[in-house]
Design a protein around this ligand. Structure first.
Ligand code: CDP
Length: 222
């Protein structure tokens, strides 16, 4: 059987990985897999099981048994107890705790096994932090997205509030992103063979186009 085609998109928080990966997958007829959404789903499940957040790795993995991946047209999405819980997994309670959960090696193994299983069966675009280095080191195309932290904060606020943030909101978001960048620094390292894309001054459409061009040059047919 022909080995499925994998594209990895890694990079720091709010660098545009998830929306870019989805659009690339749609354009090529691949499936998008958001590894961060799995870390978020595990965190949300643990919070449901014990809102005091005094969990250890065993408690998180036990709680995460309610998480399953649903196949959609161009993506796989985590469900909690069979229900799409997008708002819950993107909320502040999860965002402020997910990097602690992502430090647990058993949780990393749990996410990585699911991503590898999907990549064994389907052409995929997977976004995260360590996909090109640890999870799918033989991926055919690897991209590392970079963007200035203030620009990342601006984009995240625009996404969350539906408008530009003011200076105070921007300062607060920059501080939150910098804190998460520091907690995630160990696993957020570009693969030696990754193409670095600084998107600070790039439009979403442009970064999607560049990755599609890389994929086609590497033999993707979509
Ligand atoms: O979209 P955003 O950049 O805010 O984060 P995300 O991709 O949803 O990932 C949420 C968190 O999961 C990150 O802050 C990391 O702590 C963790 N993560 C990770 O450790 N490894 C990955 N491959 C993906 C996410």
């Amino acid at each position: 059987m022909k080995q499925p085609f994998a594209i990895t998109i890694d990079g720091p928080a709010a660098s545009g990985k998830t929306s870019t990966a989805f659009q690339v997958a749609e354009a090529l007829g691949f499936h998008h897999v958001d590894s961060g959404a799995l870390y978020r789903a595990a965190t949300a499940a643990a919070l449901r099981a014990d809102p005091s957040a005094r969990w250890d790795e065993i408690a998180v993995l036990e709680a995460a048994r309610i998480v399953e991946m649903e196949a959609r047209k161009a993506s796989f999405c985590p469900l909690l107890d069979g229900v799409d819980s997008e708002e819950e997994i993107r909320g502040e309670a999860v965002t402020s705790r997910v990097s602690i959960v992502a430090k647990m090696s058993g949780v990393r193994d749990w996410v990585n096994a699911q991503v590898r299983h999907l990549a064994d069966l389907h052409d995929v675009v997977v976004d995260g932090r360590d996909i090109g280095t640890v999870v799918l080191p033989n991926a055919r195309v690897k991209v590392f997205l970079l963007a200035d932290v203030r620009e990342r904060a601006r984009r995240r606020l625009l996404q969350r509030l539906g408008r530009e943030g003011n200076d105070a909101e921007l300062d607060e978001e920059v501080a939150k992103l910098a804190k998460r960048d520091a907690l995630d620094a160990v696993q957020t390292v570009p693969a030696p063979d990754a193409v670095m894309l600084d998107t600070t001054d790039m439009s979403q459409a442009e970064q999607v186009r560049q990755i599609i061009d890389l994929a086609r040059a590497a033999g993707a047919s979509g």
